[in-house]
Design a protein around this ligand. Structure first.
Ligand code: WT7
Length: 632
C-alpha cells in the first residue's frame, strides 16, 4: 500500500494500522519515492537501550539530489524559494528549482575549494535570506555537516557551538536587517572567533553592504569565491545513517546539546509529514514563518517543502514591521495557501486588534498551522475565525528538535481538530502516557508523561560528541521508551493534548531554555552569589522568565542591578533569554540537603501565594515570607 497523500479519515486509520503492524513495509513504501544511489539492506534496526536506531541501513543517497535534481525535469521552472525581504519596498525574489540547483552546486564548489569536505562541520550564522538556504543545501551537497546557529544568539553562544562541534568553517553575512533595526552580524562572528582558533575559513555573503573587517588568510567574500568555481557539482553519495546536521538545543542541564539527524530517515519523514499534515498540493504556496535557525525552519522551510517540490516562502523580516499587518499583507501579496506559525506570534498580533487584519482578504489560505508551544483556546479561536475565516482547518503540530518532524497533529481537513489538542499521532508514531513510576497508562481521559515506544525515521540519533548524554537525557528515565520531557492528556477518543514541560525547561515564545542555562548566565555577573530561574504564565510569550537573585551586598540601585543582569544574559546567550522579572532575595528556599525547592519559587512567580504546600522541611522557612512579600 503506497499513499502519495492520505485523503480521508479512513486512509489515515488504515495507514496508521499498517504503520504499527508492519512498520518496515510501511516506511519502505514511503522511501520508494526517492532517488537512491543504492537501496537499503535493512529498513530498521533498533535498540532504545543503547540507544541505537538505524533506518534504511546500507542505502546510499544525497538529500539535495532529492530536493533539487529529482525535480529538474518536471519542475525546473517552478519557484522553489519565494523570498520576501524585510523592507516591503524591496522586490521579492523568486528562485526556481533550476536556479536553486545551480546556486547550490556553485556554493558547494566554493566550500570544497576552501577545504571543506564530507564529515566536516560548518557553522552557519545568517539572517533569513536565500543564501542561507543555499548554504545549508551546499553543505548537504558535499556531505559536510551543517550546524545552523540562530542569528539572534550572542557571540558567546556561537563560540560554544563552534567549539563543541569542532567546526573549522563558518558561513555568515556582513549584516542584517530586522524590522527597523540593523545588526552587525560579521562583527558578532569576529568576536566569537576570538576563542575559536580551530576556524580556518569564514565565508562572508554580502547582504546589507555595510563595512566589515576581513581577516586576511581566514575570511573570504562569497562573491569573489563564486567566480573561481564551476557551475556543476554532482551530489556526494552519503550513507543513510551519515549525519546530515547538528542543531543545538537546550535541556535541563546548563549546556545546550548538539542534536544529530541523519540523511535517509530525516528525508523520508520530513517529506511524508509535510505532504500529509498540510495536505500539500502541487500549486500551493507554503509559508512557514519560523527561522531556519530552529528545527522548524530546517524541516518545514527547507527540506520538507523542497523534497515535495513545493514553493516555500522565506521571510526576512518580523511580524510587526512596518506594521502589525505584515503577515497578512504578505499572505495576500503572494497568494499564500498554507500558513504555519507560532502561538506567540498569533497572541501578539491578536493583541494588536483587528484593524491590521481587516484590510487583507486572506482568501488564498486553505490551511493554517501552529507549532512550538501549546496554543490556548482563545488564540486558537481567534486564528480560526479571523485568519482562517472559519473555512481553513488548523493543524496544531507537536514535535521537538529531537524528533526531526511532526509527531502529533491532525491532518488538515482529514482527521478532526479540537482546540488546544495536537490530536492524532502521525502514522508510524506510537505515543504512550506513563506514570511517574514508568507504568504505561492504558485508559483514556488521563494525564501522564508523554513517551514514544517505537522509533520513527527522523528520531534523534545521538548528541554530538557525547552519546551517553543522549542516552541519559532521552532513553534512561523510562527503559524502552524515548522520553519527551512533556506532560500530556489523552481524551476519551484518544486525542493528545500537550500540557507542557515536566523538566527544568522553559518555553519562551516557542524558544527553549534550560533554567540552569539562564542561571549560569546570570551568575556571570560579578556581584551575583546565586540565582534560581523558573517559568511563569505569560499572556504573549506563553511562558515568561522569573529570576530570583542573591546579591553579594544589599542592592542599593535595583534598576541598575537589573539592567546589568539583562546585559549579562544578552552577552552569554542572547536577548531572547532575558528574564522578564528579577527579584532580589537574601536567600532561596532550600531543603536541609541544599536542594532548591523550585515548586515554591514557581508558585510565587505564578502568584499562587496560598498554595505553596509544605514548607516545614526547609532549612530556613522564614525566607519564604520574604520572597512572597518581595514578589515583582
Ligand atoms: C518543545 C520542543 C517543534 C519545533 C519547535 C519547538 C513544545 C512544540 C508544541 C505544540 C504544545 C509544543 C513542547 C516540546 N511544543 N510544539 N504543538 N503544542 N507544545 O521545538 O525547541 O525542540 O521545543 O516545544 O514542550 O517539547 P523545540
Amino acid at each position: 500500500m503506497s499513499y502519495s497523500r492520505l485523503r480521508s479519515n479512513a486512509d489515515y486509520t488504515n495507514a496508521y494500522a499498517q504503520s504499527v503492524a508492519e512498520p518496515e513495509a510501511f516506511w519502505a513504501a514511503q522511501a520508494e519515492r526517492f532517488t537512491w544511489r543504492r537501496k537499503w539492506d535493512h529498513v530498521l534496526q533498533w535498540d532504545f537501550n543503547a540507544p541505537q536506531v538505524e533506518w534504511f541501513k546500507g542505502g546510499r543517497l544525497n538529500i539535495t539530489e532529492n530536493c533539487l535534481d529529482r525535480h529538474l525535469a518536471s519542475r525546473g521552472d517552478k519557484t522553489a524559494i519565494l523570498w520576501e525581504p524585510n523592507d516591503p519596498g524591496e522586490e521579492a525574489q523568486r528562485i526556481s528549482y533550476r536556479e536553486l540547483h545551480a546556486r547550490v552546486c556553485r556554493f558547494a564548489n566554493v566550500l570544497e575549494h576552501n577545504g571543506a569536505k564530507k564529515g566536516d562541520r560548518v557553522c552557519i550564522y545568517m539572517p533569513m535570506i536565500p543564501d542561507l538556504a543555499v548554504a545549508v543545501l551546499a553543505c548537504a551537497r558535499i556531505g559536510a555537516i551543517h550546524s545552523v546557529v540562530f542569528a539572534g544568539f550572542s557571540a558567546q553562544s556561537i563560540a560554544d557551538r563552534i567549539q563543541d562541534a569542532d567546526a573549522a568553517f563558518v558561513i555568515t553575512t556582513d549584516g542584517m536587517a530586522r524590522g527597523a533595526k540593523k545588526v552587525a552580524v560579521k562583527a558578532i562572528v569576529d568576536e566569537a572567533l576570538r576563542t575559536c582558533p580551530g576556524v580556518k575559513r569564514v565565508m562572508v555573503v554580502r547582504h546589507t553592504g555595510e563595512e566589515v573587517d576581513m581577516q586576511a588568510g581566514r575570511d573570504v567574500w562569497l562573491h569573489d569565491e563564486l567566480k573561481q568555481v564551476d557551475a556543476d557539482r554532482p551530489a556526494e553519495e552519503m550513507a543513510s545513517e551519515d549525519p546530515l546536521f547538528i542543531l543545538y538545543t537546550s535541556g535541563s542541564t546548563g549546556k545546550p546539546k548538539g542534536v544529530v539527524h541523519t540523511c535517509g530517515g530525516y528525508m523520508v519523514y520530513t517529506d511524508y509529514t509535510f505532504r500529509n499534515v498540510f495536505q500539500y498540493e502541487e500549486q500551493d504556496v507554503f509559508w512557514c514563518t519560523a527561522d531556519v535557525g530552529w528545527v522548524t525552519g530546517h524541516s518545514y522551510i527547507i527540506y520538507g517543502p523542497l523534497l515535495a517540490g513545493a514553493t516555500s516562502l522565506m521571510f526576512e523580516g518580523i511580524p510587526t514591521y512596518p506594521d502589525a499587518g505584515r503577515f497578512w499583507q504578505v499572505i495576500d501579496k503572494h497568494g499564500v495557501n498554507i500558513f504555519y506559525t507560532a502561538p506567540t506570534a498569533i497572541r501578539s498580533l491578536m493583541a494588536q486588534g483587528l484593524d491590521f487584519v481587516r484590510p487583507c482578504s486572506l482568501s488564498s489560505l486553505k490551511v493554517i498551522g501552529s507549532v512550538g508551544e501549546p496554543i490556548n483556546e482563545e488564540a486558537w479561536h481567534w486564528y480560526k475565525e479571523h485568519i482562517g475565516k472559519d473555512r481553513c482547518p488548523i493543524v496544531d503540530t507537536w514535535w521537538q528538535t529531537e524528533t526531526g518532524g511532526i509527531l502529533i497533529s491532525s491532518l488538515a481537513g482529514i482527521t478532526d481538530e479540537k482546540p488546544s489538542y495536537a490530536a492524532w499521532p502521525m502514522p508510524g508514531v506510537q505515543p504512550v502516557l506513563l506514570t511517574p513510576e514508568g507504568k504505561e497508562i492504558m485508559e483514556n481521559e488521563v494525564e501522564g508523561l508523554l513517551a514514544i515506544k517505537f522509533p520513527w525515521p527522523s528520531i534523534i540519533r545521538t548528541t554530538w560528541g557525547d552519546h551517553e548524554r543522549c542516552r541519559q537525557t532521552y532513553f534512561s528515565s523510562y527503559k524502552g521508551y524515548y522520553f519527551t520531557g512533556d506532560g500530556a492528556r489523552r481524551d476519551a477518543e484518544g486525542r493528545y493534548r500537550i500540557i507542557g514541560r515536566v523538566d527544568d525547561v522553559i518555553n519562551v515564545s516557542g524558544h527553549r531554555f534550560g533554567t540552569a542555562e539562564i542561571e549560569n548566565a546570570i551568575n556571570e555577573s560579578e556581584w551575583v552569589v546565586e540565582s534560581a530561574v523558573v517559568g511563569y504564565p505569560h499572556d504573549i510569550k506563553g511562558q515568561g522568565i522569573y529570576a530570583y537573585v542573591i546579591a553579594e551586598k544589599p542592592v542599593t540601585d535595583p534598576d541598575q542591578a537589573r539592567s546589568e543582569i539583562l546585559a549579562t544574559v544578552t552577552k552569554m546567550i542572547g536577548p531572547i533569554a532575558k528574564p522578564d522579572k528579577i527579584q532580589f532575595v537574601s536567600g532561596l528556599p532550600k531543603t536541609r540537603s541544599g536542594k532548591i525547592m523550585r515548586r515554591i519559587l514557581r508558585k510565587v512567580a505564578e502568584n499562587e501565594l496560598n498554595s505553596l504546600g509544605d514548607t516545614t522541611t526547609l532549612l530556613d522557612p522564614a525566607v519564604v515570607d520574604e520572597i512572597k512579600a518581595g514578589r515583582v
